[in-house]
Design a protein around this ligand. Structure first.
Ligand code: ADP
Length: 461
């Protein structure tokens, strides 16, 4: 290539030709010989020049082919390809520059790939569902949580229109509003057959790279939160109701007494007022016990608890009440039953509640039996309270541990029940990492089996 650019060569060739012409016209044989020599040199020079030119052209063509091939490999995604030229080659700086561009591109592509992987990992691990839409409401991105929350079976939703995937008027309206006016909207969505599942969907405007507004949908399952809210509302309503009944009775009796202070009536009424005040006091005590347990402010000191001794004291306490109701209580807890790991006072409350319920819900002539058992494999000690009472319908069995849930409200109230006993029992057992099982047949009786970990003898916290 250098020959092509070498103006000095052309100058020298010109000088030779001029010199040979001068020698030709010069008189004498020397001039002719000199001219001949110069012409021969010039021809040799021209020959060399032409051959050199050919070789340069071949080299140039090879370089162009190599450049072409490399650029094509880059275009097809192979950024590892490089151009290798001779250092003398005038196109070598260009090749160096192109190789450098390929290196920078490789680095950038690697960085982008890493960013993409990071983003994918975040989106996949997110509990919230994400769907990104274009202005025309075509899905450009969605994560696994979104598919799960919206119960979408089709895994490939990218490229589809939102309405093909989620057919919901409220979401559709929100998305249209946001892509038209910007801002954000929040709506709630429930799957058609699962009304208890509530998904909160926040739709926010997203500026598109091509202009216009797209949208991003962020969905989260708020079912548990809604259920807690509902339970809290129910609880407040229940407490108010439970307190209102005795208060109405007390107010009624006191007003009657104020209007008619008859001493005979007064004695009976005062007794009734006292009973109602008692009921309120029991209710408040139970509520406080529940509240303490729910806030875990109740330390459970896991000490060795001798179950036969504990059950003995409960049977002694309950026998007079059972006897006056025409019931028998039999203690079949074997004396050698392993120790339970727990708080003796709290466990006493559990068994007192269960035996008291058995007495309350067993008609005259019935029998209550308390027995003990061990699950050696699981390391649990069990106590079973069985009665021959009215029984619990199977539909109610899973609900009797809820606060204020009663199968027969009138019967429970008439016998002074607060509807909180089994809720307290369940909480106490959970604090002991135990469990309670119930089996019951209407008209034949119920069986409450409590399992609590066995005291292993090692220091317990
Ligand atoms: P209550 O103060 O009403 O007894 P509990 O929480 O102790 O409240 O019990 C909830 C409900 O479970 C009771 O109202 C009753 O309907 C039912 N129940 C509990 N124990 C028994 C039992 N041994 N036999 C029949 N029903 C029972």
């Amino acid at each position: 290539m250098s020959r092509l650019r070498g103006w000095r060569h052309w100058l020298l060739l010109g000088a030779l030709l001029v010199a040979s012409a001068a020698a030709w016209v010069a008189p004498g044989p020397h001039g002719t010989v000199l001219a001949g020599i110069m012409l021969a040199v010039a021809w040799v020079w021209i020959g060399r020049f032409v051959m050199g030119f050919d070789r340069d052209q071949r080299l140039f063509q090879e370089t162009v082919v190599q450049l072409n091939e490399t650029v094509e490999r880059w275009a097809s995604g192979d950024l590892q390809a490089r151009v290798y030229l001779d250092q003398e080659d005038p196109l070598d700086p260009l090749a160096y520059g192109l190789n450098r561009v390929a290196e920078v591109l490789t680095e950038r592509t690697h960085d982008l790939e890493q960013d993409k992987q990071r983003l994918e990992a975040i989106l996949t691990s997110m509990a919230n569902g994400i769907i990104i839409l274009t202005h025309g409401l075509t899905i450009t991105l969605s994560n696994a949580a979104a598919l799960k929350l919206f119960r979408i079976d089709e895994p490939h939703v990218v490229g589809k229109h939102l309405l093909e995937v989620i057919r919901d008027v409220a979401i559709d309206d929100a998305v249209h509003k946001v892509t038209r006016e910007g801002g954000a909207q929040t709506v709630e969505w429930s799957p058609p057959d699962y009304e208890s599942t509530v998904v909160e969907v926040t739709v926010a405007a997203l500026t598109q790279p091509t202009g216009g507004l797209g949208a991003v949908l962020v969905a989260r399952d708020v079912s548990a939160q809604r259920q807690v809210d509902r339970m809290r509302q129910d609880f407040v309503a229940n407490v108010s109701h439970e307190l209102q009944t005795p208060l109405t009775i007390i107010r009624g009796f006191t007003e009657t007494l104020l209007d008619n202070p008859d001493p005979v009536m007064a004695e009976r009424f005062i007794q009734l007022i006292h009973d109602e005040a008692d009921r309120m006091s029991r209710l408040v005590d139970d509520l406080l016990a529940l509240s303490r347990m729910e806030h875990h402010s109740l330390p459970v000191a896991l000490q060795p608890v001798d179950v036969p001794v504990l059950i003995d004291s409960i049977v002694s306490k309950m026998t007079p009440r059972a006897a006056s109701a025409g019931l028998t209580i039999t203690n079949r807890v074997p004396p050698g039953l392993p120790l339970m790991a727990g708080d003796a006072d709290l466990l006493a409350e559990v068994f007192l509640n269960l035996v008291s319920n058995a007495v309350q819900y067993t008609p005259e002539g019935g029998a209550i039996t308390i027995s003990g058992t061990v699950d050696e494999q699981a390391g649990l000690v069990g106590v079973c309270v069985t009665d021959t009472g009215i029984g619990i319908p199977s539909a109610d069995q899973s609900r009797i541990f809820e606060r204020f849930y009663r199968v027969d409200k009138a019967r429970s109230r008439a016998s002074g029940g607060t509807g909180l006993g089994l809720a307290i029992v369940k909480h106490i057992i959970e604090l002991h990492t135990g469990r309670i099982e119930v089996k019951s047949t209407v008209g034949r009786g119920s069986e409450f089996l409590v399992w609590v970990p066995e005291y292993a003898g090692e220091p317990l916290v």
